[in-house]
Design a protein around this ligand. Structure first.
Ligand code: NAP
Length: 553
């Protein structure tokens, strides 16, 4: 960690966030000779994998793909041990990358950015932090993550609870002893579904408070045989090339084959096969699940059947069946023994759709019909996704325009990377880009490389600022909507739509067109001299300007 300076400093770029996006952006800009500071709220690198260290936390993209492709040295030196890596291994990987590239010397940890104000006359950003720093920078790059700000759980009486409350998204660093305890878990999205079976193994008793049942598929995680890892490493660059051309940015199976092109018995056996092989293989069998309601419904019924076959108690099984939201409309979860967990004597599902939580009380949770005494409460209640981290900071662009005002009716961006009125400020995997619908590391790499090229373009031409045009932004926002509109994703109450946060504008935020399509569009915009952006000139290059104006350090 670098010392916090007591005086103002100037940088070519300030990057907010030391997750995978901030790490690669720093590396890329530093390679260009730029003076860069990364500001990070956490005590270390890793972003989401720093915070979400709850037992069972595991990625749903296979490990050999959920990793940086830009460095042959790193991908050869690191060895993944499981098909789907668990949080500790991913965090170790992030730390390994930081060590290998010597990233920490330009990172300031335990510091939150509070405001970023654009100075029209100087064409620079003033950045203040909760540590009292005041920095000036030419570029600001928001590597703040899509799922980094926990949603306010909004549960009455929460502060009255006598026992400990643990958020999956802010899990303590020391192990929690649940042995002999009765635990209440609220939230059954990806995080709740992963943490529950782990707690169930240790706690005396676990009450799972479920509001909306999620679709979850068996991950079928497994250790990676050394021969497989060797094979991947032997042809890594070819594998990465394929991933770059894949809509999801990793080699998960996909197909154009339509559900009803199979005979009924074939559909069933194809479904059973995908269920047995695990992960997201289902989407590699039925290619129209997010657009064809009848296909979606049929496969949902098949998942319901699996729930009935697995969960012994019929009332519990019925409550676990997702209805009302199409399969894939909300993020599909991957689990390890989630449904089977409900056959344990110490686990009880509380269906809070039928019996709503009224209030948390000092010794537990009171629902309309019951009182559940608990010793510890675990909240897996989700995030203010995609915009939360950006709007938490007071960002003001040209003539004091506030990002909060500009996005009052939902986020508007050009390519999910730039916002009209906010020159030289970029959002890595921002709303309007494929981000959360892909292997996010692949999306991060595409954004970092595209932005680095843009900065090269500006420096070669002595251009001082770049800003999205209003018309280009408007057209992109419309395109993002047009791509999502025909899909069933628009019919679900999901965080993709902001539906999980009361009062949040209902706008579909990620780009559903696929990372490959998006990559081509972004490249053609660059090839066209950055169509839809305008630049303002400067006699000096960015590197030269910051080097001469640097005040200290
Ligand atoms: P989430 O999917 O938004 O789930 C939050 C859960 O909390 C929902 O079940 C929600 O119920 C419930 N909830 C929220 N407020 C509540 C309240 N006041 N009373 C009762 N229930 C309440 O959040 P998440 O599980 O943290 O996952 C978020 C995203 O992170 C995932 O979709 C995924 O993209 C990512 N993630 C990925 C992995 C992985 O790679 N395997 C693991 C964890 C997370 P309602 O739906 O009824 O609101």
């Amino acid at each position: 960690m670098t010392d916090t300076p007591s005086f103002d400093e100037r940088f070519d770029a300030i990057i907010v966030g030391a997750g995978f996006a901030g790490m690669y952006m720093l590396h890329s800009l530093r390679a260009r000779g730029m003076r860069v500071r990364v500001i990070e709220a956490a005590g270390g690198v890793g972003g989401t994998w720093y915070w979400n260290r709850y037992p069972g936390a595991r990625c749903d993209v296979v490990s050999v793909d959920y990793s940086f492709s830009f460095s042959e040295e790193i991908q050869q030196a690191w060895t993944w041990t499981e098909k789907y890596a668990a949080q500790p291994e991913i965090l170790r990987y992030a730390e390994f990358v930081a060590d290998t590239l010597d990233l920490r010397r330009d990172m300031q940890f335990d510091t939150r950015v509070e405001s970023m104000i654009y100075d029209d006359a100087a064409a620079t950003w003033s950045v203040t932090t909760d540590a009292g720093d005041h920095y000036v920078s030419r570029f600001c790059i928001m590597a703040t993550g899509c799922l980094s700000i926990p949603k306010d759980p909004d549960i009455p009486g929460l502060s009255s609870f006598d026992g400990p409350v643990y958020f999956t998204s802010r899990w303590p660093h020391e192990p929690i002893a649940f042995g002999g305890k009765t635990v209440g878990l609220i939230g059954t999205g990806s995080s709740g579904i992963q943490v529950a079976p782990e707690i169930a193994q240790e706690a005396d008793r676990l009450f799972v408070f479920q509001r909306t049942p999620s679709f979850t598929l068996p991950a079928r995680n497994t250790p990676l045989p050394a021969s497989f890892v060797e094979e991947v490493k032997g042809a890594y660059s070819a594998r990465r090339q394929k991933a770059r051309r894949h809509p999801a940015g990793h080699l998960r199976p996909i197909t154009d084959r339509k559900t009803f092109s199979y005979e009924p018995h074939e559909r069933r056996s194809a479904f059973d096969g995908a269920w047995e092989s695990g992960g997201l293989d289902l989407f590699g069998v039925f290619g129209d699940l997010v657009v064809d309601e009848a296909a979606n419904d049929e496969v949902a019924q098949m998942i319901h059947r699996k729930i009935e076959e697995t969960v012994a108690d019929p009332t519990t099984a019925a409550a676990l069946k997702p209805t009302g939201n199409p399969l894939g409309g909300r993020r599909v979860c991957l689990d390890t023994d989630y449904y089977a967990m409900f056959n344990r004597e110490n686990v009880t599902l509380v269906d809070v759709l039928k019996d709503p939580i009224e209030t948390v009380v000092p010794d537990g949770i009171r629902t309309r019909d019951g009182h559940y005494k608990i010793d510890a409460l675990v909240l897996a209640t989700g995030f203010d996704a995609m915009t939360g981290a950006l709007l938490k900071i007071d960002i003001r662009g040209r003539q004091g325009l506030s990002l909060r005002d500009k996005w009052a009716h939902g986020p508007v961006t050009y390519l999910g990377i730039a916002v009209e009125g906010f020159p030289n400020l970029f959002t890595i995997t921002g709303p309007g880009s494929p981000s959360v619908l892909t292997n996010v590391i692949a999306s991060i790499e595409q954004h970092v490389e595209w932005l680095s090229d843009l900065i090269d373009h500006m420096d070669k031409r002595a251009l001082k600022t770049v800003e999205a045009d209003a018309q280009a932004e408007e057209a992109w926002v419309r395109h993002v909507y047009d791509m999502a509109a025909p899909t069933l994703m628009m019919k679900a109450n999901s965080w993709y739509l902001g539906a999980n946060v009361p009062g949040k504008p209902r706008v579909f935020m990620p780009y559903v067109g696929g990372l490959n399509v998006y990559r081509d569009k972004a490249q053609s915009i660059a090839d066209d001299g950055y169509r839809g952006f305008h630049f303002e000139g400067n006699e000096r290059s960015s590197q030269a300007s910051a080097k001469t104006e640097t005040l200290g350090r």
